[in-house]
Write a protein that binds this ligand. Structure first.
Ligand code: SF4
Length: 384
């Protein structure tokens, strides 16, 4: 257990709903003083968002990060945003794509998407006995901020899954090799963020966490206990059976929900991911290969695969004629309009071309079976 365990846990889960995420945040901080007290009590705090990949709809809403920075500035609290994107993504590409430097310029917040200092923690886990953790997270209080999403490998990605972004690549390899949800049972007990904040601006269902269907549930949900918050989100917001998730199976709800609880009955159940066992096994086995691959080539195996045109979730041309008629769709210069081709060495996988021109481009993935990618803003789309 790290030194954040000094924070008291209580059972309140606070819900705030408003179409405007900034107003929802104001309401949340009004009704849950635990968050504001953190800023009052500490000279410095870490923010752990989910900045897993370069796609705006798939990462923590940046307006929420801006609100947290604003709160930090108002209370004179120095903030640091430290996070590891997915192993298959280049941290610099993610940082540049999301324009994170604006937080440094506006609020003097330190951003680090490629942390280098780790410490090994020995834990009494069933699957993991030692984990490497970004050192900062073991000596400073932190706020765990994440999007409410489904996940093709772990069914959901919420507070507990978000902690994978503070773990070293060797531990993340081990988590995949053991099976994410089994290994996360061990990780869940190792950390206690000072506060956990979930957002659904938009949430994502279907084959998340990257190219699932967008669900603009417009809700913020905060709490101090990761397991209780995940349990609440899975049962009451996503309406997915908790027995599908190893680290929630058999857990009893002990929390009391306060705030805009009436909204919960209006949220329809989230679509669960639909992927084959072969896909999950094949994806996780990439990390067995990555173990010897990374030390040899200084590059992760899945990063290598994704940079080819043959593997991974990626944009492809749906209609060559339309692509030839369009101009400068890709700000990274990855689309050759004259020849209706995508250069995957230049492509950041941001999916902006698909979001803006779904008639000309589409997403291809082994995992994607029955759900159309939501396109154009936050509107949900129907199933195929
Ligand atoms: S080709 Fe599409 S997905 Fe790739 S970088 Fe360009 S806009 Fe993004």
């Amino acid at each position: 257990m790290n030194n954040n365990s000094r924070f008291a846990i209580d059972e309140r889960i606070v819900i705030s709903h408003d179409p405007d995420i900034r107003k929802a945040f104001d309401n949340l901080t009004e009704s849950d003083r635990r968050l504001v007290e953190l800023f009052k009590q500490h000279d410095s705090l870490l923010i752990k968002p989910n900045l897993v990949l370069p796609r705006t709809y798939a990462v923590t809403n940046l307006e929420l990060i801006d609100e947290l920075c604003r709160l930090g500035e108002a209370h004179g609290t120095k903030l640091e945003i430290i996070e590891f994107p997915g192993l298959e993504f280049n941290p610099n590409v993610v940082e540049n794509y999301l324009q994170l430097k604006k937080f440094t310029q506006k609020y003097n917040v330190r951003i680090d998407l490629n942390p280098k200092r780790f410490k090994t923690l020995h834990i009494p886990g069933k699957h993991l006995k030692r984990i490497s953790v970004v050192e900062d997270y073991l000596c400073k209080p932190w706020i765990n901020v994440f999007k409410i999403k489904t996940h093709v490998l772990s069914t959901v990605t919420l507070a507990i899954k978000n902690t994978m972004g503070i773990l070293g690549y060797d531990t993340r390899q081990d988590i995949h090799i053991n099976g994410i949800n089994k290994a996360l049972m061990d990780v869940a007990g190792a950390f206690r963020p000072a506060y956990n904040l979930a957002e659904g601006y938009p949430a994502m269902d279907g084959n998340g966490p990257w190219v699932g269907r967008l669900r603009p549930v417009n809700i913020l949900v905060g709490g101090t206990d990761m397991t209780q918050l995940d349990l609440f989100l899975v049962r009451n917001v996503m309406k997915i059976r908790t027995d599908k998730i190893d680290y929630l199976r058999g857990r009893q709800a002990q929390s009391q929900a306060i705030g805009d609880t009436a909204l919960l009955s209006e949220i329809t159940p989230f679509k669960e991911p639909e992927v084959s066992r072969f896909y999950v096994a094949a994806f996780n086995s990439m990390y067995l290969v990555d173990k010897p691959f990374f030390p040899l080539f200084k590059r992760h195996f899945n990063q290598f695969l994704y940079s080819s045109r043959f593997f991974g979730t990626k944009p492809v041309i749906r209609d060559k004629t339309l692509v030839k008629e369009l101009n400068d769709v890709c700000r990274f210069g990855a689309v050759d309009h004259a020849n209706a081709r995508i250069d995957y060495h230049k492509c950041t996988l941001c999916m902006e071309c698909v979001d803006a021109h779904s008639e000309a481009f589409k997403i291809t993935s082994i995992a994607r079976r029955r759900f159309k990618l939501s396109t154009r803003g936050n509107q949900p789309v129907s199933e195929e």
